[in-house]
Write a protein that binds this ligand. Structure first.
Ligand SMILES: NC(=O)c1ccc[n+]([C@@H]2O[C@H](COP(=O)([O-])OP(=O)(O)OC[C@H]3O[C@@H](n4cnc5c(N)ncnc54)[C@H](OP(=O)(O)O)[C@@H]3O)[C@@H](O)[C@H]2O)c1
Length: 295
């Protein structure tokens, strides 16, 4: 698979996400992780909150990944390991220094690793002083517990405010981005990535699955789906890979994080990074979303 940059790391152009993987048995989890790594998806993204509300509870997704890593330590060297902290129901967010440092330490324990490669603030805490959040992130890096830091679901202004207080560079932002959620194209997120060299880790790149299940929300999404279907047919691929190719076509460093729990679909998704998706295809999807031709 084509490679790209995340801070000091080289990663595959498509990443694998562990949100839906919290209820997996260790054997199932191992199969999914090995399949993703074998397919070239070397960035593995999880979060401490994944599993909350399910029988395994808060930390469940990290814990099962930790079991996989304990059973097969060689897998640790093959991946760039990303997790997130800062959501704590019912508060619901805490980016205060004491909490963030203890949350990262708890993630390290559950994941059974010495260092987290990318630690992301999951959602902005509007009550935590930004300088304190920045200090916690710099402290985590200085202690060696974390290699790089990033944000998720931050506006560009929130990202810049945090960066202004941080010594370390934010190497990533993680927004929702797909053919049916195109805000990062216009809200400055992708331009901030181009400005700084950060990666845009795109969550729910298939709209959480509705682009493939056709559980579409409105006329606008149906328009996008119809164009994706036409492009997929021309390229000899499926809607899923056409949807991934759409966000990969943006000139910024966009890394879709896929979330399927089906090993065959993980494997098949890797081909999206090699599709001959044209600029015209890209603009057709943007126009379908906007409902008007490009000016
Ligand atoms: N930062 C954040 O706030 C945030 C929020 C959400 C997600 N994320 C990250 O993004 C990752 C991906 O999110 P996501 O899971 O919503 O991504 P997604 O890839 O958009 O959606 C995955 C869903 O699509 C379904 N799907 C895929 N291919 C299919 C097919 N051919 N037919 C039917 N269903 C299909 C999957 O079902 P199957 O499992 O049955 O294939 C799964 O339920 C997460 O794991 C997490 O790492 C981050």
């Amino acid at each position: 698979m084509r490679q790209t940059r995340l801070g000091s790391f080289t990663i595959g152009a498509i990443a694998y996400g562990c949100w839906r993987f919290a209820g997996s048995t260790p054997a199932e989890a191992q199969e999914k992780i090995e399949t993703a790594l074998d397919a070239g998806m070397t960035l593995i993204d999880t979060a401490d909150i994944y599993g909350y509300g399910e029988p395994c509870g808060f930390g469940g997704a990290e814990a099962v990944l930790g079991e996989v890593l304990a059973a097969s330590p060689d897998l640790r060297d093959r991946m760039v390991l990303a997790t997130k902290g800062g959501i704590i129901p019912p508060r619901p967010y805490d980016s205060g220094s004491d909490y963030l440092i203890s949350a990262a330490e708890a993630s390290l324990k559950r994941l059974r690793v010495e260092q987290i490669d990318l630690y992301q603030i999951h959602r902005p805490d509007l009550t935590a002083p930004v300088a304190e959040t920045a200090n916690a992130l710099d402290t985590l890096i200085a202690s060696g517990k974390v290699k790089h830091v990033g944000v998720s679901n931050f506006t560009v202004a929130q990202t810049r405010a945090l960066q202004a207080h941080l010594s370390a560079p934010l190497v990533s932002t993680q927004p929702e981005f797909s053919a049916v959620h195109q805000d990062p194209v216009t809200d400055g997120t992708l331009d901030w990535c181009s400005e700084t060299g950060a990666a845009c880790l795109a969550w729910s790149p298939l709209g959480g699955g509705r682009l493939v299940t056709r559980d579409l929300r409105d006329e606008r999404e149906r328009r996008v789906h119809a164009i994706l279907a036409r492009i997929a047919e021309r390229l000899g691929t499926d809607i899923s890979n056409a949807a991934l190719a759409f966000i990969l076509k943006h000139q910024a460093n966009v890394v879709p994080i896929i979330g399927t729990q089906t090993p065959a679909r993980i494997r098949a998704s890797a081909a999206a990074a090699g599709l001959d998706f044209t600029a015209r295809d890209f603009y057709d999807i943007v126009e379908a979303w906007r409902g008007v031709p490009m000016p």
